[in-house]
Design a protein around this ligand. Structure first.
Ligand SMILES: *Cc1c(COP(=O)(O)O)cnc(C)c1O
Length: 444
């Protein structure tokens, strides 16, 4: 291993640089045909392992970080975020305790910058692995808030101490149901509230009615700031105002939509986000840092500590402000560093430019499709996602043809019962020329 250590910089930087160079030309998606399984071979050393990986595995990896991968909501990786990610690994900090390094302070600096960009002055944040974990943590704090109202602590006594919990949402992301399953609240406790006509945004009057029907029983409301199909936004201010008359915890899923705050002409979509009690924001999507990275913001750090405290003599004084008491994980990597690097390198201006470019690109593709015979938009382009369909080709057929071309990757969905296709723009590398290439691949 000492020999490998000496050769590591040369071996790795050359290989990785080649991959980075080739990213634009890499097939956006590949038909996954894994190499035949084999038992653990004799030790090959780093050079041998690299050669084996390059031959057997790397060709089957997608161009997910490339400019024409428009499936799901898949962010790219800025150069500075890659540097930060490498350094995260090289320095291998465990920012769990305040006893041995300033790594947790770098996290705090980064979280402060993010709160600034996302206009969340009343929140404190913590890094987690993704939006699903952020929502799980947010809803765990919500559960503890319900306990506070009822004079019990679900963290101490279990969720059963609360009885049945009601969770209300207009068009919640599937991860909300998963979070409710993990938290012992239950997927079936998620109650759909009608949305506005032709929209994925919740109808505030219908939400008011649903809350009234609870007769004063405290609930959880999950507001959506950027839905995955049509990137619709609930009226966060109107929802927050309902707290004057009904007791509820407001969790906002702003996984990627939160970044609308960076574009002055779209920031109105997330007006009121700061009023949410907890906010979920993904960084591995529109901030363009590598997986896995997201933030959980809350206004009730006291309840957060009640849920996640992990007191043990060997971990330091119980009740200390160590990060170990604030997130689902105990040990974890310094996820803040890639975000710190990209924010320091490109600032608000650079990240605003990514967001605004991607929005314009979604409109560009939407415009081309709307004007092409046989194609139609299933919803107006609101932000960075185009949701569309073809009159005679099924979404799966379109996805497969596009994927087989290697040119691009788009994914199927169902919007209001209609099968469709999504193209989501969230990569700094994507150019208008890429948009036109995607359009040519679709419209032949
Ligand atoms: C992607 C996404 C999630 C889940 O995020 P992960 O990072 O995959 O856990 C939740 N909500 C919304 C709106 C999303 O776009």
């Amino acid at each position: 291993m000492n020999e490998d250590l000496a050769r590591l910089p040369g071996l790795l930087s050359g290989y990785a640089a080649g991959l980075l160079d080739g990213l634009d030309g890499r097939p956006a998606a590949v038909q996954p045909v894994p190499p035949p399984a084999r038992p653990l071979p004799p030790a090959a050393g780093l050079e041998g392992a690299l050669a084996d990986f390059a031959e057997r595995w790397e060709p089957g990896f997608s161009g997910g970080a490339g400019p024409r991968y428009l499936g799901f909501v898949t962010g790219g990786t800025t150069p500075a975020s890659i540097a930060g990610d490498w350094l995260t690994t090289v320095l291998d900090q465990n920012p769990t305790s305040l006893l041995d390094s300033t790594a947790p302070d770098l996290e705090q600096e980064t979280l402060g910058w993010l709160a600034e960009l996302l206009a969340l002055p009343s929140h404190t944040g913590m890094f987690v692995s993704g939006a699903t974990m952020s929502t799980t943590a947010g809803l765990a704090i919500a559960r503890e808030w319900l306990g506070e109202r009822a004079g019990v602590s679900p963290a101490e006594d279990g969720t059963a101490a609360l009885g049945e919990i009601t969770v209300l949402s207009g068009a919640p992301h599937s991860s909300v149901a998963k979070a409710l399953s993990m938290l012992g609240i239950g997927r079936r406790r998620l109650q759909a509230v009608p949305t506005l006509p032709g929209r994925e945004a919740v109808d505030p009057d219908a939400l008011d009615e649903a809350l009234t029907a609870l007769g004063g029983r405290p609930a959880i409301v999950v507001a959506n700031a950027g839905t995955v199909n049509t990137v619709d936004f609930d009226d966060l201010r109107a929802i927050a105002a309902l707290r004057d008359r009904h007791p509820f915890w407001l969790h906002a899923d702003a996984a990627f939509g939160g970044f609308a705050a960076l574009s002055p002409s779209h920031a109105g979509l997330v007006a009121g986000l700061d009023e949410a009690d907890s906010v979920c924001v993904d960084l591995h999507k529109w901030l363009n840092v590598p997986y896995d990275s997201a933030v959980q913001f809350t206004r009730r750090r006291d309840l957060q500590t009640q849920v996640f405290k992990n007191s043990a003599a060997y971990l330091g004084a119980p009740g200390a402000a160590d990060p170990v008491h604030l997130t689902p994980e105990n040990s974890r990597r310094l996820r803040a560093l890639p975000a710190w690097f990209t924010l320091r390198a490109y600032g608000r201006e650079g990240h605003r430019a990514i967001v605004e470019r991607n929005i314009a690109q979604a409109h560009r593709l939407g415009g081309i499709l709307a004007a092409s015979p046989g194609w139609r938009l299933l919803a107006p382009v609101r932000l960075n996602v185009v949701c569309f369909a073809h009159d005679s080709r099924s979404p799966e057929a379109v996805m497969n043809d596009v994927a087989a071309s290697g040119e691009a990757f788009v994914t199927p969905t169902v919007l209001w019962g209609t099968p469709g296709i999504r193209a989501a723009f969230s990569n700094w590398r994507t150019t208008d020329e890429d948009v036109d290439r995607v359009a040519r691949t679709l419209v032949q």
